[in-house]
Design a protein around this ligand. Structure first.
Ligand code: TPP
Ligand code: MG
Length: 330
């Protein structure tokens, strides 16, 4: 038997199975969305593929009753853990009236739910970072025990919003977790043309806070780093910058052709480290998953996704007049 790493982190066998189930659900919803897009049924996909381990590992280290998440467009794993369902995500993909994020008004990936403590993001990348800082400041002024968690890509860590947000949170010791999901590309721009420092987390020292880089394909390593960051925030010790390193396994979006700027060999090599396989392998080695239970899990998830797809496909669109709501004072 391999070393049991999750027990040491205080996670039960049931916890890590839930972790894997959520990662797999995110992957399978994403894969279905690509099929629906190529079949001409949904207009757009922006994928979580390759980042599920980082997303679910991080989300599990937070408190769903107290904390706020400000995710970015790839964070299907985060929002599923915080209570969004396959049906909700499909309704968003099909842009139907019942989409809980925006009633079908926004592109997919603009996650938002007041009930689930998921704060709506805007399309300009990194605007969620100062929002997370503001919510943490409000929480501190109100004496609330809350941490805010925000994510963004490594390309987005070059935006002014990132630097202004991290600086303010650091000066005021706010309980914010800044998590950079480094997937090595910003659309067609490789990491080597995005930053001159080795790691995104190297930037933390400039703000006087802790920065860590972890393997984004290892959900347990991400869980541990984010748990420590959350504890630090709750103790009043300020923000943390966590960088998770993985690889974007799909093109940037359903409108991009990545063959124009990266080799198939590079993509194939990254697939060898795909957490959907490596984490399943770990769970089998420690006796939490078997070939049989894995097969059943795949069947269970396929059913959930079939049902969600059918429901969303048959759901009504919003009335055209709805487009005018939330624009002018009513
Ligand atoms: C302010 C702003 N500039 C440009 C864009 C167009 N844009 C959307 S995603 C993206 C790449 C972001 O790369 P990264 O931050 O690494 O995130 P990833 O997509 O790789 O997860 C760009 C340039 C945008 N949405 N907002
Ligand atoms: Mg990127």
């Amino acid at each position: 038997m391999a070393e049991n790493r999750h027990e040491r982190l205080g996670l039960t066998d049931k916890d890590v199975l839930e972790m894997y189930k959520t990662m797999l659900l995110a992957r399978k919803i994403d894969e279905r969305m690509w099929l629906l897009n190529r079949a001409g049924k949904i207009p757009f996909v922006i994928s979580c593929q390759g980042q599920e381990a980082a997303q679910v590992g991080a989300a599990m280290a937070l408190d769903r009753e107290k904390d706020y998440v400000l995710p970015y467009y790839r964070d299907m794993g985060v929002v599923l853990w915080f209570g969004m369902t396959a049906k909700d995500l499909m309704l968003s993909g099909f842009a139907k009236a019942e989409d809980p994020n925006s009633g079908g008004r926004q592109m997919p990936g603009h996650f938002g739910s007041k009930k689930l403590r998921i704060v709506t993001g805007s399309s300009p990348v990194t605007t969620q970072v100062p929002h997370a800082v503001g919510i943490a400041l409000a929480g501190k002024l109100d004496g609330k025990d809350l941490v805010t968690f925000t994510t963004f890509g490594e390309g987005s860590s070059n935006q002014g919003d990132f630097h202004e947000g991290v600086n303010f949170a650091s000066v005021h010791k706010l309980p914010v977790i800044f998590m950079c999901e480094n997937n090595k590309y910003a659309i067609s721009v490789p990491i080597s043309k995005q930053l001159a420092c080795e790691n995104v987390s190297d930037r933390a020292i400039g703000y006087g806070i802790k920065g860590v880089t972890v393997d984004g394909n290892d959900p347990l390593a991400v869980y541990e780093a984010v748990k420590e960051a959350a504890d630090r925030g709750r103790r009043g010790e300020g923000p943390t910058l966590v960088e998770t390193v993985s690889y974007r396994l799909t093109p940037h979006s359903s409108d991009d052709d990545d063959r124009a700027y990266r080799t198939r060999e590079e993509v194939e090599e990254a697939k060898q480290k795909d957490s959907i396989y490596t984490f399943a392998q770990y769970l089998k080695e420690v006796g939490v998953l078997t070939d049989d239970s894995e097969k059943k899990l795949h069947e269970e998830i396929a059913n959930i996704i079939d049902e969600a797809t059918d429901y969303a496909e048959n759901a009504p669109y919003a009335d055209p007049e709805e487009a005018l709501r939330h624009v002018y004072a009513e």
